[in-house]
Design a protein around this ligand. Structure first.
Ligand code: ZN
Length: 418
C-alpha cells in the first residue's frame, strides 16, 4: 500500500475500525509500514521509487501482462507458539498453500460468484506457491519451522522476525516468501511488508487463528487473510486507495472501481457508495477489500499487472529460486537405502521402484524435473506387489528426482533419463 502521509490521521482512525464485535482488525499493513517509515525515514523514498517503477511497468502494459512462465514462490512458515493451540497443524499450513494456489490462479471454486460484469477482468495471476523443499543452506526442509517461545502474544512490530527478540529470523527473501504465524495481540489478523523494505523484516505476518481453513476462526476461515497480505507483499494497495472515505485516493489500478472506504461483512451485489454511486458499484468481492473470507474471490487483470511489475522488478529473483526443488542433502542415508531402490538408472524411459520388504501402503510418489517442477504425482493406497512401474517417456533427457512420501517421512532419489 502507499504511505500517504497526507492522510495519516485518517489512516490511523480507520485502520483500527473494528470489523465486528470482537474488535478484530482485518489488516494492519498500512499502520505497520507507517511505523517502519517513522523508525527509518529513508524507507519512504524507497517505497516511492518502488511505486514509480511499478507505474512505469503498468504504463507499458496497459492491455495487461502475460508472463512466459508461471512464477512459483517458495514459502517458509515460521510458526511461533507458546501453547498447543498456537502450534497449528501441518494440515492448516498445507491447506493455506492450497488456497493461495487457487486464489492466485483463479481456480477458487467461488470464482463462479464473480458478477458477470467483471468476469472478463477477473485474472488468473499466474502465480503459485510451494512449501520450501530446501532451506537457505540447501538442506531438505518441510518449509515449516516451529519455534516454541515464551511470548504469549505479539504486538504490531517486528519482534517476531528476529531470533534475538524471541522470534525467527527471515530466510533469504530473494528466494523465499517468509510467513510468520503467531498470536497477534489487539485482534490484528495480519500485516505485510511491501517490496523495498529491509530484507530482515520482509514478508507477511498472520495471526494463527486465521491461517488455513478447517480449524481457522470464522468468518476469516477460508485462508484469504494470506491472499490479501501477499497481495500487499506484491505491492498491491487496498482497493479503496487508503484515502479514508474520500474519492481522491487510488489503488493505481485502472480496472477497479473508485471506492470510498473499506467494506466489511458480506455486501450483496451491486453495492454502491458515494465514489461509485451507480451499478455495478464497487468491487466488494476483491481480495484487497476488507470483506469476510467467503465474500472475497477475485483479483483483476490490472492488479495482476501490478503484481508482475514487482515480479519483474524488485522481487524478480524469486522467479528463479530453487527453493521448491527437493534436496537430498540432510536426508537419512539409511532411510534412503532402505525405503526403495530404482532400476534401472540411467533409464531409456521405463523404470521400477522396488520397495523390498518395506510397506507399500499409503504413500505418494512425485517426480520433479531439475527445475523443481512436478511432472508426475500420484497417491497409492496399496500395491499388489512390492514394485511400482513408472515411465519417463516423452520427457527430455536429464536428471529427475523421485520422491516417495509416507506419514513417516520422505525419501528422494535421482534417476537419469537417457
Ligand atoms: Zn491490507
Amino acid at each position: 500500500m502507499k504511505l500517504k502521509l497526507l492522510f495519516s490521521f485518517t489512516i490511523l482512525t480507520f485502520v483500527f475500525t473494528t470489523v465486528n464485535a470482537q474488535n478484530l482488525i482485518r489488516c494492519a499493513s498500512t499502520e505497520y509500514q507507517q511505523q517502519q517509515v517513522n523508525l527509518n525515514p529513508g524507507l519512504q523514498q524507497i517505497f516511492d521509487q518502488e511505486d514509480l517503477t511499478t507505474a512505469a511497468f503498468v504504463a507499458n502494459h496497459q492491455d495487461g501482462f502475460t508472463p512466459q512462465v508461471i512464477c512459483t514462490i517458495p514459502v517458509v512458515f515460521h510458526v511461533l507458539y507458546s501453547s498447543s493451540a498456537q502450534n497449528i497443524s501441518n494440515t492448516r499450513l498445507t491447506d493455506q498453500i492450497a488456497v493461495l494456489n487457487k486464489d492466485f490462479r483463479k481456480l477458487n471454486t467461488d470464482a463462479n460468484l464473480i458478477p458477470s460484469v467483471w468476469q472478463s477482468i477477473a485474472a488468473d495471476c499466474e502465480i503459485q506457491f510451494c512449501l520450501a523443499q530446501r532451506d537457505p543452506n540447501g538442506i531438505a526442509t518441510t518449509g515449516i519451522e516451529r519455534i516454541q517461545t515464551s511470548t504469549t502474544a505479539w504486538g504490531l512490530n517486528s519482534d517476531m522476525k528476529f531470533a534475538s527478540s524471541g522470534g525467527a529470523n527471515a530466510w533469504n527473501r530473494s528466494k523465499y516468501l517468509n510467513i510468520w504465524v503467531c498470536n497477534l495481540s489487539g485482534g490484528i489478523l495480519g500485516f505485510a511488508m511491501s517490496p523495498g523494505g529491509p530484507a530482515s523484516t520482509d514478508g507477511v505476518v498472520i495471526s494463527y487463528q486465521y491461517v488455513g481453513v478447517v480449524g481457522a476462526s470464522a468468518p476469516f476461515n477460508k485462508g484469504r487473510t494470506a491472499t490479501h497480505e501477499i497481495g500487499h507483499w506484491l505491492n498491491m494497495d487496498h482497493i479503496w486507495g487508503d484515502d479514508g472515505n474520500a474519492c481522491t485516493g487510488s489503488d493505481f489500478v485502472n480496472d477497479t472501481p473508485n471506492q470510498a472506504g473499506e467494506n466489511y461483512g458480506c455486501p450483496s451485489f451491486p453495492h454502491t457508495d458515494n465514489c461509485t454511486p451507480a451499478a455495478p458499484g464497487v468491487m466488494t468481492m476483491n481480495y484487497m477489500d476488507y470483506t469476510d473470507d467467503a465474500c472475497m474471490y477475485m483479483f483483476t487483470s490490472g492488479q495482476k499487472t501490478r503484481m508482475w511489475a514487482t515480479l519483474n522488478g524488485t522481487r524478480s529473483s524469486i522467479k528463479t529460486s530453487n527453493g521448491c526443488t527437493p534436496s537430498t542433502v540432510g536426508i537419512s542415508e539409511e532411510l534412503m537405502q532402505n525405503m526403495f531402490s530404482i532400476n534401472p538408472t540411467p533409464t531409456d524411459g521405463a523404470f521400477t521402484l522396488n520397495f523390498g520388504s518395506g510397506s507399500t501402503a499409503n504413500f505418494d510418489v512425485s517426480i520433479y524435473n531439475i527445475l523443481g517442477e512436478v511432472i508426475f504425482q500420484q497417491h497409492y493406497s496399496a500395491l499388489n506387489e512390492n514394485e511400482l512401474h513408472l515411465n519417463l517417456d516423452g520427457n527430455t533427457a536429464g536428471i529427475y528426482l523421485i520422491e516417495v512420501r509416507t506419514t513417516n517421512g520422505r525419501t528422494v532419489k535421482k534417476i537419469i533419463l537417457n
